[in-house]
Each structure stands twice: as structure tokens, then as C-alpha cells.
Design a binder for this molecule. Sequence first.
Ligand code: FE
Ligand code: ZN
Length: 175
Amino acid sequence: MAAVDSLDTLLISELRQLYDTEQRLTKAIPKLVEASSNSDLVNALSKHLNETRQHVARLEEAFGVLEAEAEAKTCVSSKGLISDADDRAGECERGSLRDAAIIGATQCIEHYEIAAYGTVIAHARLLGRNPVVRLLEATLSEEKAASQALTDIAERVVNPNVRAGVSEVRPRTTA
Ligand code: FE
Ligand code: ZN
């Protein structure tokens, strides 16, 4: 029999890939913070790092409710998007252009997460798993807010700086 033979097992498999994604992001976001210059971008990414740690915790709670082992299953898609974000940042000199690159690549990750959480919420709802639905909805709204915050920063400051040729370079910190 196939490993996934019901909506219950499909949901667990999907959650395990999200668990992999969120754990990978807790390691990837600090590098993006370090590579960023604009203070609003640094703050938005740092805030989302804290939220991402909550996303990991909520998934663990969901596994508990579903009586499934909290086990990560490699998500090749988000692994690739995270690696692209790293590459993209590395291609540009520190400054506004690199900030624009980081925002674009991070948006791809956020939109992946928004799509993936939308799916697991729909599947958990079909199964009548309302406590799981609520946990996942809390995360989805933070993913959407993070994406919106990045759009605002791009439109308000980073893209205008790129156009004006202003390179807002943040000195490396050891904080
Ligand atoms: Fe997340
Ligand atoms: Zn996110």
C-alpha cells in the first residue's frame, strides 16, 4: 500500500515538509539579516525569525494533536528557494541592490509558505481537525503579514533607493 493512502496521512506528510521548511528557515533568516542593510528590512526579517520559531512550535503542537511523530521530511522546493535566496544575496554588493534582491527572493519563500499553509488548512478543515486549523491559521496570517511588510519596505524605501543609486550600507556588526 502507498505510504500516503488517506487524507490523514497526506496531511501528516504535508506538515512534515512544512516542519522541514520552518526549521531550515530558522537557520537561513539570520544569514539574510546579516546580509541586509536597510534597518526596516533588518527589523522585518528579525521579527519574522521570531515568528518562524513560533511556526516550528505550532507545528509540533499540531503533530501532538494529531498523535503523529514530529518528524521533518525534506522539502526540496523550499530548500531550493532558500538556496536561491542565499545565491541572490551573494551576487550583489552589500547595499540597496542586495536588499532588493533579498526582498524578492524572500517573497518567493513567503509565497511558497502561504500556498502550503493554505493547503494544510483546507485539508485539516476537511478532516474536522479544528484545533489544528486554528494553529495553522495563526501561522498563515503571520506569513501574509510578513509578505506585506516586505512589499511595503520595497516600495517605500528600497526600490526608490535603488532607482536613486543610494547605497545604504550598514556596517558589519558583531551583534
Ligand atoms: Fe513560516
Ligand atoms: Zn515565513
